[in-house]
Design a protein around this ligand. Structure first.
Ligand SMILES: *Cc1c(COP(=O)(O)O)cnc(C)c1O
Length: 348
């Protein structure tokens, strides 16, 4: 498809107009649109042309959009996109790189560099490698796949290839995010097939003073976890920890949990979608202390980094398990997998 330079310029000018018009309204626009029904427009036999389309969007669509991109939106814990992050997002679309094949483009190296920077920012060991995802839900889904592959590896089963029929695994968690429960369903474990470990607020041992201090009520009770692990006879064990829970903003004790994971040979996934940002204030000795011992971590950039929705991150110390759980061979894909596309680019 070839557009003339003038047409490209017309489109860019229109984009810039829409951007300014929309951003100008963000401080006053309703955060929920009154008009969210589908537009009753018949499928046209002929296109209306770009300028009319642009006008149509400005007149009919813009007025009925939410101000979720602004500072007054509290519907979810997503942040609005900064203009400079929007610019970056537009560039990604403009360049439109196909990165399924390592070596075609510098794009994958930039992705790996950025992930390495995030590890540096959060003071996580550079042994964590990973991938950007469409949000924390997708990262939690990759976590379920990778943990599943790990359990299979312990039991001599390549789950990606032969399924999980013979897999013997128990999953433990206290207050998993809804997206983690959904992911357990999508990954074939079953949404209800995990053992709830009581939270600290349930335990009599929790003293009232601690509760009044808003101590981590939704967090996992460590003694209860150890009891459950001791009783567990499954061949593989997976622990899903929170840093932090979305309703109570409570952090699991990751030092204690990771020590138990080591003792009982269990996989540790930490959903740190928005809670990781506490690490920027308190460093490695704060509420996320111990997250560095996790096998995998979920992060969410569209929570506090003000990048456009959607953008999450999945990190793991066991990249080969992630690869094994997701890769497939086909004649048209033969030989294109390139390990270097997964390795941090040192040249950038
Ligand atoms: C937001 C959030 C998710 C899901 O994130 P999406 O990016 O909306 O998919 C998962 N876990 C936690 C703890 C979250 O806060």
């Amino acid at each position: 498809m070839h557009y003339s330079p003038q047409m490209n310029q017309t489109i860019l000018d229109a984009l810039s107009r829409q951007f300014s018009a929309f951003h100008k309204t963000l401080n006053n626009r309703d955060v929920a649109s009154k008009e969210s029904e589908q537009l009753a427009v018949e499928f046209p036999e002929q296109g209306m042309g770009f300028e009319q389309l642009d006008q149509f969007i400005e007149t009919n669509v813009q007025p009925n959009l939410s101000a979720s991109n602004g500072g007054r939106y509290w519907g979810f814990v997503t942040g609005g996109a900064n203009p400079v992050a929007t610019y970056a997002d537009w560039l990604v679309t403009t360049f439109n790189q196909n990165v399924s094949k390592g070596g075609d483009s510098v794009a994958s190296a930039i992705e790996q560099q950025t992930l390495a920077w995030l590890c540096e920012l959060f003071q996580l060991p550079q042994t964590f490698k990973g991938i950007f995802t469409t949000g924390a839900t997708a990262a939690n889904l990759l976590a379920a796949f990778t943990a599943r592959q790990y359990a299979g590896q312990q039991q001599g089963i390549d789950v990606a290839k032969s399924g999980m029929k013979h897999l013997d695994v128990s999953i433990f968690s206290t207050t998993p995010h809804a997206s983690m429960i959904k992911s357990l369903g999508l990954a074939g474990f079953g949404q209800d097939n995990w053992q709830p470990i009581s939270c600290n607020a349930d335990e009599e041992s929790m003293n009232i003073a601690a509760l009044e201090n808003n101590a981590d009520e939704e967090s996992m009770n460590i003694a209860a976890l150890e009891k459950a692990l001791m009783k567990c006879s499954a061949n593989s064990k997976i622990i899903i920890a929170s840093a932090a829970t979305v309703t109570g903003t409570d952090y699991d004790d990751l030092i204690a949990i990771s020590a138990l994971c080591k003792k009982y040979n269990a996989w540790l996934h930490v959903d740190a979608a928005f809670g990781i940002f506490e690490r920027l204030i308190s460093g490695t000795e704060g509420k996320t202390k111990g997250i560095e011992h996790a096998d995998s971590i979920t992060l969410d950039c569209h929570k506090w980094l003000n990048v456009p929705y959607d953008c999450g991150v999945f990190l793991t110390k066991h990249l080969s398990l992630l690869q094994a759980s997701c890769e497939v061979t086909a004649p048209y894909l033969a030989g294109i997998f390139n390990e270097t596309s997964f390795i941090t680019a040192s040249k950038l």
